[in-house]
Design a protein around this ligand. Structure first.
Ligand code: GAR
Length: 201
């Protein structure tokens, strides 16, 4: 059974959607450990509630970011994690980390990439005046929000949308596409060819 490790910095609603899909038997995988760089992350509470190992790794406890990342890798190794899931993890990972788990790290981003990378993607979409927004699940490469795209979902932008209302509408889709992408990976249906992810149906 595929062993998952989830990195999350905050609320953890995407983590929850994956836990729920695993518990419902929709994904042949096991969430072995949840790691957060934020001691108070709700994600850690969610893990504990589901009898999943919850580990806080505090960046301030390490003098270098390499040391901090190594501590995360050590935890992931300890649980033999095969696929690393970034679920609202707000720290950029170094090329070393990304190479270590090459093609084995997924991220979700609340925009239709390659538009609106980085922070406040939903506000960026509103400011730009796009008529549709959405979310993207992708493999992580060394750029920020640039890796090969696995799945995307589209939502309409309404004229009276605020950052919050749009984020809420996008989040509903995030909770569907992220478990779906993990399921496809667990079933060995994802093949990376350059920038493209081929889904073997
Ligand atoms: C989600 O909207 C996710 O797409 C976004 O943070 C939120 C985390 O929510 N991630 C990024 O912006 C990454 N650049 P959650 O903690 O409830 O899953």
């Amino acid at each position: 059974m595929l062993k998952l490790g989830v990195l999350a910095s905050g609320r953890g609603s995407n983590l929850q959607s994956i836990i729920d899909a695993v518990e419902a038997g929709e994904i042949e995988a096991e969430v072995k450990v949840v790691i957060s760089d934020n001691e108070n992350a709700q994600a850690l509470e969610r893990a504990t509630k589901h009898q999943i190992e919850a580990q806080y790794v505090g960046p301030e406890d390490y003098s270098t970011s390499n040391g901090f990342e190594q501590a995360i890798i050590d935890q992931l190794e300890r649980y033999d994690v095969e696929l690393v899931i970034l679920a609202g993890f707000m720290k950029l990972l170094s090329p070393y980390f990304i190479k270590y788990y090459q093609n084995r790290i997924m991220n979700i981003h609340p925009s239709l990439l390659p538009a609106f990378k980085g922070l406040h993607a939903q506000q960026q979409a509103l400011d730009y005046g796009v008529k549709v927004a959405g979310c993207t699940v992708h493999f992580v490469d060394q750029g920020m929000d640039t890796g090969p795209i696995i799945l995307q979902a589209v939502v309409p932008v309404k004229e009276d949308d605020t950052e919050d209302s749009l984020a809420t509408r996008i989040l509903e889709e995030e909770h569907k596409v992220y478990p779906e992408a993990v399921k496809l990976y667990a079933e060995d249906k994802l093949e990376i060819e350059g920038r493209k992810v081929i889904i073997k149906r």
